[in-house]
Design a protein. Structure first.
Ligand code: MN
Length: 248
């Protein structure tokens, strides 16, 4: 199995090193990741300047080849798939920070997996919380291994978003938490006294049972199967029924 690994925290993140180490027990691993952090860049692609890649001297274990790219996670997956044929799966992460609920809309980590699916390749995004201390990736290793074993042999799921709590006690299938968020903007000032602003979001309600955010709150690994088709089937059927032709 050929496994392409990317992330949005950048190639020097400990999260991608941990994922590469674990992935080597499932097949041939190659790392193609952004040269600098690209968190919250979503599915952005670089369209107005050229991309390049360089073989990275950083020492991944088990002699994993690694390349850094001056682009986004989506760029890395597209370039990796161009340069290395027959990729079976793209793993994106392990992100330093959860990607549950609304985060899926701007997550660069998930975008790496989505880009894989756009190219006809299975995609799995993996994230874990990061606070004042770095995540204990060694402690998570057995759960990452179990999750990958489950998803790599499962042909029913093609795109999945996985979130690991700091100390998992099991694994649950979940759906995306869709709640209202406050989308708060926090004003500040720079050293010269000029105004600047930080974008932040906080959920307005507690997580609903069965959702990704709920599972992680309950110390379960959350696996959410996703699809790229955003079409609202019921609204489409209703619209077609009421007004099959808008203009002709
Ligand atoms: Mn990130």
């Amino acid at each position: 199995m050929n496994i392409l690994i990317t992330n949005d925290d950048g190639i020097y993140s400990p999260g991608i090193a941990a994922l590469a180490r674990i992935a080597t027990s499932f097949g041939n691993v190659r790392v193609v990741a952004p040269d600098i952090e690209q968190s919250s860049m979503g599915q952005a692609i670089t369209a107005t300047r050229p991309l390049w890649y360089k073989k990275s001297p950083i020492n991944f274990e088990n002699n994993v080849e690694a390349f850094r790219v001056n682009g986004t996670p989506s760029d890395c997956v597209a370039l990796g798939a161009h340069l290395w044929e027959k990729i079976d799966v793209v793993l994106s992460g392990i992100n330093m920070g959860l990607n549950v609920g609304n985060s899926m809309w701007h997550s660069g980590t998930l975008a790496g997996a989505k880009q894989a699916v756009l190219l006809g390749i299975k995609g799995i995004a993996l994230s874990t919380p990061a606070g004042d201390t770095e995540p204990d990736f060694k402690a998570l290793e057995s759960f990452v291994h179990k999750t990958l074993a489950l998803l790599l042999e499962n042909r029913d799921v093609n795109l999945t978003n996985v979130n690991f709590p700091a100390k998992p006690k099991g694994i649950k299938w979940t759906r995306q938490a869709v709640q209202q968020y406050d989308g708060v903007v926090i004003p500040g000032t720079d050293p010269k006294g000029r105004s600047n602003y930080w974008f932040s979001v906080r959920p307005l309600n507690p997580a609903e049972e069965g959702t990704d955010r709920w599972a992680v709150d309950e110390s379960y690994v959350s696996i959410t199967p996703l699809r790229l088709d955003l079409t609202h089937e019921k609204d489409l059927v209703d619209a077609l029924t009421k007004q099959p032709v808008i203009w002709e």
